[in-house]
Design a protein around this ligand. Structure first.
Ligand code: ADP
Ligand code: MG
Length: 204
């Protein structure tokens, strides 16, 4: 089954993802204040605003070009550690996905995008980062089947919750060592918000 990408769907996806990031700015700020420097909410809001400002242009582009532009915008606007990482994620999806991707195309492209994030972050699963949401969501995606969007949303939320008892090994939160335990990773939360928004927009 192929997803028939079109301007209306791309517009809906961009509005959903940027809308949820902007709506959750304060929550992301509070999470990053606990184990980081408190800028993740504003970093992500700045990136989301810059993306939604290009809504007409992005909706009209073929999917791969739209994703590459989103990635470049995030690299330029988000800043912090998360800017280059999310930028790499979206840019790689743009490089790997065809204009009308099949489910298998999406699984493969997301695998490549996660691998690219690991490489640039010199990070891996289990270190209390966005990868602890992206990777389990990718595994769930690969299983395919009925009720996938619902399962992906639940997997993303559960995976973000699962970062609470983890000890941070990468990023600013790692400076806290044991004291990073007991807080949700802000990047894991932003990733789960983005996944949930994509799933909801895809099923409407
Ligand atoms: P900064 O840490 O520079 O202030 P942000 O606050 O915007 O940047 O983003 C922090 C988030 O980035 C963390 O919660 C974590 O999920 C993610 N992150 C940080 N370093 C890495 C890394 N090396 N690999 C993967 N994700 C990382
Ligand atoms: Mg921060």
């Amino acid at each position: 089954m192929h997803t028939d990408m079109n301007a209306a769907l791309q517009r809906k996806l961009i509005e959903a993802v940027t809308g949820t990031v902007i709506a959750h700015t304060d929550e992301l700020t509070v999470l990053d204040q606990a184990i980081g420097d408190g800028d993740h909410g504003l970093n992500m809001r700045r990136g989301a605003s810059a993306v939604v400002n290009q809504l007409d242009d992005l909706a009209a582009k073929p999917l791969p070009e739209a994703l590459k532009t989103v990635g470049l915008t995030l690299v330029m606007k988000v800043g912090g550690a998360s800017g280059p990482l999310y930028g790499t994620l979206f840019t790689t999806l743009g490089k790997e996905l065809p204009a009308s991707p099949s489910h298998d195309d999406v699984v493969r492209a997301m695998g490549s995008a996660i691998a690219a994030v690991k490489k640039i972050g010199r990070s891996d699963v289990g270190q209390k980062t966005m990868l602890d949401v992206l990777s389990p969501v990718h595994a769930e995606l690969a299983t395919g089947g009925a009720g996938l969007h619902d399962r992906l949303r639940q997997r993303a939320a559960a995976a973000a919750d699962d970062t609470v008892p983890m000890k941070a090994i990468k990023g600013r939160a790692s400076f806290l060592g044991e004291r990073s335990i007991g807080h949700m990773d802000p990047g894991a939360r932003s990733s789960s918000l983005i996944i949930a928004a994509i799933c909801t927009a895809m099923e409407e």
